[in-house]
Design a protein around this ligand. Structure first.
Ligand SMILES: [Zn+2]
Length: 73
């Protein structure tokens, strides 16, 4: 069994680019949004102190709505 890769931001399962035509260009993140959250954390120097964010916290990080609504494409 191959252990599924999970998004380091929201812990959702993500697929890598090696899994065919549906590969995830944002790997290891599940979406552009989580990739941006990661960048945002680094830019704020908060990465080392931030643990898993709740969906509400994820939304707050970016200052907009539901952080998951782009993941179900
Ligand atoms: Zn994610």
């Amino acid at each position: 069994m191959i252990k599924p890769q999970t998004c380091p931001i929201c812990r959702k399962p993500v697929s890598s680019l090696t899994e065919g035509s549906t590969g995830n260009r944002y790997f290891p993140f599940c979406s552009e949004r989580c990739q941006q959250i990661d960048l945002l954390r680094w830019s704020k120097g908060q990465y080392r102190i931030v643990e898993n964010l709740s969906p509400e916290q994820l939304a707050d990080e970016l200052g907009n709505g539901d952080p998951f609504d782009q993941d179900s494409l």
